[in-house]
Design a protein around this ligand. Structure first.
Ligand code: NAD
Ligand code: WQD
Length: 338
């Protein structure tokens, strides 16, 4: 298929780009580098052996989107472009609503004007709020998000569902990611957060490499097996392959389709720290800190629907996730800075 990959220079986008090209798709990447670097795309080119067509643009730029859809006849769009830092979204709600919502409005408007009516959207487990059932199935009711970032995902799901309802010839695939970690096995690309990491794994790898003094473990009094928060970590390469598999829903004209992409296994913060230490032969100093506002105790999914309908399931376990996250950090202590 001819695919437009927005946000393709980012963490999940760059890994997905590799898997799409490996599967034989023709991909054009658009990104404005608000949270990524051109170096990521150079490294993808190294891994796949050639460059991929790239347009530097903001998806909110109507004229740029018009030019893009005029130049290429896309079969589908995979939309990763969006801002994703939970804490920053609390401090800058307007910027988050504007970028994430307006980006999708402009993109989807260009799509319909050019007759490209298939989109895969990066959603998140965060739309379940504090989940009503564990493990979470796709028919678990959506919940209250605790931050503007989460609301952009929840609201954009609704926007895209309404677009599909108004014109049932659309294919809308909502992929609800659980907690992506890990990196490509080459060690060339991986997660490269700006500033102090919000998420657990980059904080662990930066502590292990000596950039941070110690990991703060946010709460040890949750109702979980060791008191620390439990999440469904998924290797980013498995997640990337989930997007290739999701193209099947488009090829089959499924209309609206919603899938959880996770492994179905829950690991606590301390489980992850221990796995990371064991696999990599390192110590990660940590200290127990108060709970982080907005956090929930437990979040993991039932990924059976994606397996049954897309033939997709995660292949990698927590050891591979920890090994590959560390390989990228160790090889790139300053991220993509050369
Ligand atoms: P990322 O920040 O690494 O990648 C997003 C990319 O989009 C970046 O390259 C950024 O420069 C680009 N971008 C942002 N706004 C843009 C705009 N207006 N125009 C053009 N490009 C723009 O994030 P990621 O972790 O790769 O996440 C990708 C998507 O998946 C995001 O939408 C994110 O919300 C969603 N998601 C991520 C996670 C996670 O934990 N990483 C979990 C669930 C959902
Ligand atoms: C995981 C666990 C923390 C950092 C977030 C977003 C979600 C999605 C994925 C985009 C929790 C604990 C963390 C640290 C810690 N993103 N932790 N010390 O909160 O499950 O999900 O990223 O869509 O929307 O909310 O992921 O990696 O931040 O936290 O103890 O320094 O690690 O309390 O239990 P989370 P996370």
């Amino acid at each position: 298929m001819k695919i437009l990959l927005t946000g393709g220079a980012g963490y999940i986008g760059s890994h997905t780009l590799i898997e799409l090209v490996k599967a034989g798709h023709n991909v054009v990447v658009v990104d404005n580098f608000v949270n990524s670097q051109p170096e990521a795309l150079r490294r993808v080119a190294k891994i796949i052996g050639h460059e991929v067509p790239f347009v530097e643009a903001d998806i909110r730029d109507k004229e740029a989107m018009e030019r893009l859809f005029t130049e290429y006849q896309f079969d589908a769009v995979i939309n990763f472009a969006g801002l994703k830092a939970v804490g920053e979204s609390v401090a800058k709600p307007l910027e988050y609503y504007e970028n994430n919502m307006n980006g999708v409005f402009v993109l989807v408007d260009a799509m319909r004007r050019h007759g490209c009516k298939s989109i895969i959207f990066s959603s998140s487990a965060t739309v379940y709020g504090d989940p009503a059932i564990i493990p979470i199935t796709e028919d678990c009711p959506k919940g209250q998000c605790t931050n503007p970032y989460g609301w952009t995902k929840s609201m954009l799901e609704q926007v895209l569902m309404d677009v599909q309802k108004a014109d049932p010839t659309w294919n809308v695939v909502l992929l609800r990611y659980f907690n992506p970690i890990g990196a490509h096995e080459s060690g060339l690309i991986g997660e490269n957060p700006n500033g102090i990491p919000n998420n657990l794994m980059p904080y662990i790898t930066q502590t292990a490499v000596g950039i941070r003094k110690e990991l703060g473990v946010f709460g040890d009094d949750y109702p979980t097996h060791d008191g620390t928060g439990v999440r469904d970590y998924i290797h980013v390469v498995d997640l990337a392959r989930g997007h290739v598999a999701a193209l099947k829903a488009i090829a089959e004209n499924k209309g609206l389709a919603i899938y959880n992409l996770g492994t179905g296994h829950g690991y606590s913060v301390l489980d992850v720290v221990k796995a990371f230490e064991n696999v990599n032969g390192l110590k990660v100093p940590y200290a127990i800190k108060p709970r982080r506002p907005g956090d929930i105790a437990t979040c993991y999914c039932n990924p059976a629907k994606a397996k049954a309908e897309l033939g997709w399931e995660a292949q990698f376990g927590i050891e591979e996730m920890c090994r590959d996250s560390w390989r990228f950090q160790k090889n790139n202590p300053n991220g993509y800075e050369l």
